[in-house]
Design a protein around this ligand. Structure first.
Ligand SMILES: Nc1ncnc2c1ncn2[C@@H]1O[C@H](COP(=O)(O)OP(=O)(O)O)[C@@H](O)[C@H]1O
Ligand SMILES: [Mg+2]
Length: 283
């Protein structure tokens, strides 16, 4: 694991406090609470026979070699596997950021490969949130401008209660006027997470979202993602190499050499480690 550029220790006054999530809270209103999807529900994301080849000829890299995977609505799934097993490639394809070589992807009932560029852009802006491994914050924008960007692009107003909840949970209230270069790696990561969830997308994809965070902030971010699932019915798909982080998910999908190699339900750090060990002995 690479260390953050600078240690990211929130000060005592900056400690995030649990805040009630507005609206759509579990149990509120008459409708069924968003919770684990019933068997038979359409999954939030479904991929069949997904392949991805980078380059061609001698230099071709078969990053995905026929991935079949489904992510249930309002579930928190972690994707794990050795470096180079295709985790980031899979996440990019599922989020519509890159196109597959072959295979199908359905997200929110839409067939991604068949969408026009315009419809794909709308889907990415309204239904998908993405936390990049390398943050991808815009350097000339302040934290606040970066977080607002998806709302501005989608023409959505700011929901002040949700904004306050996101900013305070991620403890970035005192960094909103800073540019990315003026923030630690951990702070940039938390801004990137805020940007991904601010539109309340149906599906949040996160590539190593806790990779640059100290343990305590990492746990808070994972708890925040869990609340997005439990209280707002969002679907979270998170790539991680940290068994402790994966244990916050409800399910771990194991990837090896561009294929799904197994899954672990109700993961614990121990069962995740055992699953990863098993991958190594098979390989
Ligand atoms: N843009 C790219 N061009 C060429 N090869 C790539 C590209 N992106 C990833 N790869 C290759 O595809 C394979 C899977 O990469 P990746 O999805 O990043 O794996 P992971 O995230 O599990 O480490 C690796 O062999 C990697 O080198
Ligand atoms: Mg990766």
């Amino acid at each position: 694991m690479t260390a953050a550029p600078t240690p990211d220790q929130p000060s005592a006054t900056n400690t995030p406090q649990p805040v009630p999530l507005p609206a759509a809270a579990a149990g509120a209103g008459d409708g069924p609470a968003p919770g684990p999807a019933a068997p038979g529900d359409t999954p939030a994301v479904l991929a069949r026979g997904l392949t991805k080849v980078y380059g061609s000829g001698e230099a071709a890299v078969h990053a995905l070699r026929g991935v079949d995977v489904a992510f249930a609505r309002a579930h928190f799934t972690a994707i794990m596997g050795p470096s180079g097993s295709g985790k980031s490639t899979l996440l990019n394809l599922l989020a519509g950021l890159d196109s597959a070589t072959s295979g199908s992807i359905a997200l929110g009932g839409k067939d991604l490969p068949n969408l026009s560029d315009k419809d794909l852009t709308v889907l990415r802006r309204t239904q998908v949130g993405f936390v990049f491994q390398a943050f991808n914050l815009l350097p000339m924008f302040t934290a606040e401008q970066n977080i607002r960007l998806p709302l501005d692009l989608a023409g959505q107003p700011v929901d002040q209660a949700w904004w306050d909840s996101v900013i305070s949970t991620l403890a970035i209230g005192d960094r909103l006027s800073h540019r990315p270069a003026e923030m630690s790696g951990g702070q940039q990561q938390r801004v990137a997470i805020a940007r991904a969830v601010i539109t309340r997308p149906d599906v949040i994809f996160a590539d190593e979202p806790t990779g640059n965070l100290d343990t305590r902030t990492g746990v808070e971010v994972l708890a925040f993602l869990r609340r997005c699932v439990r209280e707002l019915g969002q679907t979270v798909v998170m790539v991680t190499h940290d068994p402790a982080a994966a244990a916050h998910a409800e399910r771990v999908v194991l990837l090896a050499d561009g294929l799904v190699a197994g899954e672990i339900l109700h993961p614990t750090p121990e069962s995740v480690l055992a699953g990863l060990d098993a991958l190594r002995t098979v390989a």
